[in-house]
Design a protein around this ligand. Structure first.
Ligand code: NAP
Length: 399
């Protein structure tokens, strides 16, 4: 009896060892298959064509698609809510900041040109006089071309120990036709201003967003991400595999932002109550075209019917930052394990971001590479959620 029991347990052990060996072989085969799978080096031409068709469609029909929206968008009172709006001295950001302040919100203009922001506040207060309490609006310095400035901004804001209800990452650049430029941190400027710096800001401000929960991170993105591509081994587009143009830089940075947002949306636990949303403002007449040749700028002005004013372009971001249905929609995407974060179109309706943004493997690579480049550990989000201190390579303690 004892012999047969030990024989059966020996048999079981042999079978388990055999199974383990089979599993190892299977894993090895899987790894080889993955290694042999050719890494995607660019968008497929069909994807690229569909992307451009979508952009042209948006340009031609955005006014019709958004015809149900009032302008300016009516806002429910948002007293007691605090908003940070980056790049609020010009274009879409300026409109977002003014409207949120006029609806009673406490607005922090996060800008590099603080004098321009103070001048704007003075003008807005004058225009607002007699219509209600003075606007609750202030200025803090932030230069997205310096990750140290981003870390300093976040440290100063978090030190207030107050809540943050919405961070609106609006500031962006599209240096059309300009030669490739790098920040002092060594990153291609579109990638830094449009993706890396807002990513760092979003994560470093998590302690304040947690205090303000339910709260939101809104990224002013672009339909141009539909023709963007990100190579995580060549974020600066310097390897020579792809030729750099400002279009490549801009579209890639906007796609990187969507992919990073998708992973951030998944990694934030539902209990944290922080919604992550990307929005498209539409095609908008702003200073973003400041680098276009004069003749193209003139043509821009000749087609006002198709192009939104800055006020019209601000609607999707203002909606994303204030509408009560938005957090519910984000929760639903999370519960459904949808692979991408919420994306709202210029007409404030949910839409699907580009096909490439659904590439979950690349999105995780973008997440990891971004954290490496902005000097944060891979578990930064989880540690902030646990209330721990997290060191950033660009933080004051590292100076
Ligand atoms: N206009 C469009 O058709 C369109 C379409 C799709 C998406 N977008 C996106 O909308 C957002 C707003 O753009 P916009 O059209 O309103 O352009 P804009 O008029 O040029 O405004 C951009 C804002 O970003 C700020 N900014 C630029 N570099 C910065 C830096 N290093 N640090 C801090 N702030 C910086 C600018 O500040 P300064 O005034 O100091 O330069 C300005 O306030 C951008 O993310 C853009 O990509 C625009």
């Amino acid at each position: 009896m004892a012999n047969s029991a030990s024989a059966s347990s020996r048999g079981k052990a042999v079978k388990e060892a055999h199974d383990d060996e089979e599993k190892l072989k299977e894993d090895e085969k899987k790894q080889n298959r993955n290694a042999n799978k050719k890494k995607k080096e660019a968008l497929g031409w069909m994807e690229w064509l569909r992307g451009w068709l979508y952009i042209i469609y948006e340009m031609l029909f955005q006014r019709i698609m958004a015809s149900h929206l009032a302008n300016p968008m009516p806002l429910t009172p948002i007293n007691d809510l605090t908003f940070i709006v980056t790049g609020s001295t010009s274009g879409i950001g300026r409109e977002i900041a003014r409207q949120l302040a006029e609806a009673g919100g406490h607005v922090i203009m996060a800008v590099r040109n603080t004098k321009a922001a103070h001048d704007l506040i003075r003008k807005w207060q004058e225009d607002w006089a007699g219509r209600g309490l003075p606007l609750n609006i202030e200025v803090m310095e932030l230069d997205l071309l310096s990750l140290e400035s981003v870390a300093r901004f976040a440290e100063a804001y978090n030190a207030r120990m107050g809540p943050l209800h919405a961070l609106i990452n609006n500031a962006g650049i599209f240096s059309i036709g300009e030669p490739q430029k790098f920040s002092k941190d060594g990153y291609e400027q579109h990638m830094q201003v449009n993706h890396l710096a807002p990513a760092l800001l979003s994560i470093l401000l998590l302690p304040s967003l947690i205090r303000g929960s339910p709260s939101r991170i809104i990224n002013v993105n672009s339909v141009m991400h539909y023709v963007g591509f990100v190579d995580t081994e060549d974020m600066n587009v310097t390897s020579g595999k792809r030729k750099y143009t400002s279009l490549v830089g801009y579209c890639g940075s906007k796609l990187a932002e969507v992919m990073f947002s998708s992973v951030l949306h998944k990694r934030l636990p539902a209990e944290a109550g922080i919604s992550v949303v990307c929005v498209s403002p539409g095609i908008v007449q702003t200073n973003v075209a400041r680098d276009l040749p004069k003749i193209v700028q003139a043509a821009y002005r000749l087609i006002p019917y198709f192009i939104f004013s800055a006020e019209e372009g601000s609607r999707s971001a203002v909606f994303a930052a204030t509408d009560p249905q938005v957090p519910e929609y984000c929760e639903m995407l999370k519960a459904d394990e949808w692979p991408v974060s919420a994306f709202l179109s210029q007409d404030c309706r949910p839409t699907n971001p580009s096909e490439e943004s659904h590439n979950v493997e690349t999105a995780y690579r973008v997440w990891e590479k971004t954290l490496e480049l902005i000097g944060l550990p891979l578990d930064a989000v989880e540690r902030f959620i646990e209330g721990e201190e997290v060191d950033c390579r660009y933080g004051a303690s590292k100076e």
